[in-house]
Design a protein around this ligand. Sequence first.
Ligand code: NCD
Ligand code: ZN
Length: 366
Amino acid sequence: MASITIRRPDDWHLHLRDGDIMRAVLPYTAAVFGRAIVMPNLIPPVTTKETAIAYRNRILKALPPGHRFEPLMTYYLTDATDDDDLREGFEEGVFAAAKLYPAGATTNSESGVTSVERIYPILETMQKLGMPLLVHGEVVDSDVDVFDREAVFIDRVLDPLRKDLPDLRIVFEHVTTAEAVDYVQANSEGLGATITPHHLVINRNSMFRGGLRPHMYCLPVAKRENHRLALRAAATSADHRFFLGTDSAPHPSRDKESDCGCAGIFNAPTAMSCLAQIFDEENALGCLEAFTSLNGARFYGLPVNDDTVTLTKAAEPIANPDPVSIADDEIRVFAPMAPNYWVVEVDDEAQLVNDAGLTSRSATSV
Ligand code: NCD
Ligand code: ZN
């Protein structure tokens, strides 16, 4: 029976939502991950320091007793972002980063940025502050095929932006293409990329296997097999520019199984066991810790977690998790269509109740 102990992972791209859904999904992340970059695409979005502090406090309040977890908040950039609020929020430690959603690119992105040039003054401020910009890297132009949106984004938006603001630290979020992998590899320190577990497992056929599979639909949409293989190679290479962002994005089943089903895959409960399975298949278990627990902290200039998790390969495949119940519906959990043998356990030390530490940490950093 193989077993591997690694530093506790962090999730550098997570949708926690709010209210009942947040209370239902948060324990799955907080049980395993030490920190998460929390996406701001609520309705209405998190566009001010004040709303971010309030959201952070709601998350901390919803944490189950005994879970040590630090939410790292993000600022939702709009055409009207207030420079002073953003700067203060970053300097006071409220925000770890700001998120650029091209308007209309994905779930709850309607208030996003209509053109990157419009927010150049803000981006210049962020460059000076060393505040990371997280980009949803897809163009929304109607002439661009949905499967090409990421690759076109590199040429039309990301590369010109890198040339204009070379010192701006950027995370190219949830990359899904070989073009994105190549672009990140060709660039220097200031550009990182997150990769989701599901994009390492599914390709675009997975959405159409025997019929339409709404629970395999997310944005950026899964691409052809050659792209999945490029992502696998990047994630398992220990290249410090690539790190885990689950993009776990819960939606009630009725919203996914509808005439116009929404994008997002909820993978928080299975993310780490999926990754262990993937790294095992690639004979790269020795590189798992870099991807899940070291590279992201390095990009954000944060210390790595002190505690550990242990992943153990069971003799039989593990069961697929049940859906998570919410008030009048349920949320389906991402499960690969192939057997997974890996069980995740957080080591004792990480389970130590440290309410006092958490409370004082949150009080000083917000
Ligand atoms: C995300 C969501 O549901 O908020 N959906 C998704 O398909 N990934 C938004 C996003 O990150 O694009
Ligand atoms: Zn996302």
